[in-house]
Design a protein around this ligand. Structure first.
Ligand code: SF4
Length: 93
């Protein structure tokens, strides 16, 4: 994830190279009851998937498929990241 964040910051034009640029944007915002398979397949073949995922994780809670992940997957990634990298709170006296 750190590498993806560095790549995104050093390549501000990543969006212009996304595979989604030539696809109906609605493809990446399926209804909750619809599969996201088409968008996920496009992301897997996208050259800027890492930068895109880093952007979406930086945004926090955003809708749609970004960087080959659904909102639910990104929430799980952020929870796991915080558990691994944030210090445990010190107990109150
Ligand atoms: S990873 Fe997916 S959403 Fe992100 S730029 Fe590529 S195709 Fe678009």
């Amino acid at each position: 994830m750190l590498k993806a964040q560095r790549d995104r910051l050093s390549d501000l034009a990543w969006r212009a190279r996304g595979r989604c640029q030539t696809v109906d944007p609605e493809t990446f915002f399926p209804a909750p009851s619809e599969p996201a398979d088409v968008a996920l397949a496009l992301c897997r073949a996208c050259d800027v998937q890492g930068s895109c995922l880093a952007w979406a994780l930086d945004q926090g809670d955003c809708n749609g498929v970004w960087g080959g992940t659904t909102p639910r997957e990104r929430r799980a990634m952020l929870v796991a990241w915080r558990l691994e990298h944030e210090p445990e709170p010190t107990p109150a006296h």
